[in-house]
Design a protein around this ligand. Sequence first.
Ligand code: M6R
Length: 357
Amino acid sequence: EKGTYPHYMLKEMDEQPTVIRKIIQAYESEAGDLTIDAAILHALQDADRLYIIAAGTSYHAGLIGKQYFEKMAGIPVEVHISSEFGYNMPLLSEKPLFIFITQSGETADSRQVLVKIKELGYPTLTITNVPGSTLSREADHTLLLHAGPEIAVASTKAYVAQVAVLAVAAYVTAKANGQGLEFDLKQELAIAANGIQTIIDSKDVLEDIAEDYLKIARNAFFIGRNIDFCVSLEGALKLKEISYIQAEGFAGGELKHGTIALIEEGTPVFALVTQEAVSLNIRGNVKEVAARGAYPCIIAMAGVDEDGDRLVIPPVNELLTPLVSVVPLQLISYYAALHRRCDVDKPRNLAKSVTVE
Ligand code: M6R
């Protein structure tokens, strides 16, 4: 029930800190360490390559999962859009493990890949929010998101849960493989939960940004580099799906290879700056678009922020920034949709789970 909330989406965004705390609890061992089911850990350790299969927002979470497994655990990962995978199967490694990321566990495009992969006899793991869902029942293993029911068509808390659970799985695998990680993920997730709360507590700032940048916009761009690029794709999807403003997420450096031609006087460009190693590069991209008339909105993490950034978000571990940086983008989309009097929870032409291929 949405209780006093005007929309499920707002309620679900507000639940995000709690969701992260629930995930910490759900994946905590008696000794207080993070842990996952032994059979799943063995499957992950056994694989020479992970193939993540997903659609929409879950695909965007998968792109971040790739970074986690590669950077923490040193396991190579490919991420595939499920609807493409069926007829465009890549060459497979010797010992692949297939990971299906799906909030609903019912997405037909992802299920058709699961059916095919099972015929081929490869091991499968579903990461889902819905215990007993089709993709959970049909895969060898399941990791649950513990996000609680997500009713709004636009996925918010499930995305944050997917990113957190992928981080846990990669971290636990890395530890089991003896990789020397210098941080305690449990602590870092708790910090991220608090960071999200800080943003949620200052919603009025995001409402102002939405009004300022998007009230009359025809289109908008989201840019970022590295992990911020993955989040920019999700920010653009959120805005498109609920406000119907045409939006695209881009790798900062890619804009000048064509898309910059679309920048006009006043075009909103949201730039994420959370990664120190590329912060100067992305700031350079902001200058390029600003010089062509764009109206840039820099969302930077504390520590890599500068004077003039429109929003500064609380600092978290560099790998976990998506958990926090996505939240202002969700809220900006929400308020943009409200300003435009769109049906936030049930956008036109969309269903919560897409059960046709
Ligand atoms: O239930 P799933 O995670 O498999 O759904 C995949 C996509 O249909 C879903 O993420 C969709 O893109 C959302 N409406 C995005 O907010």
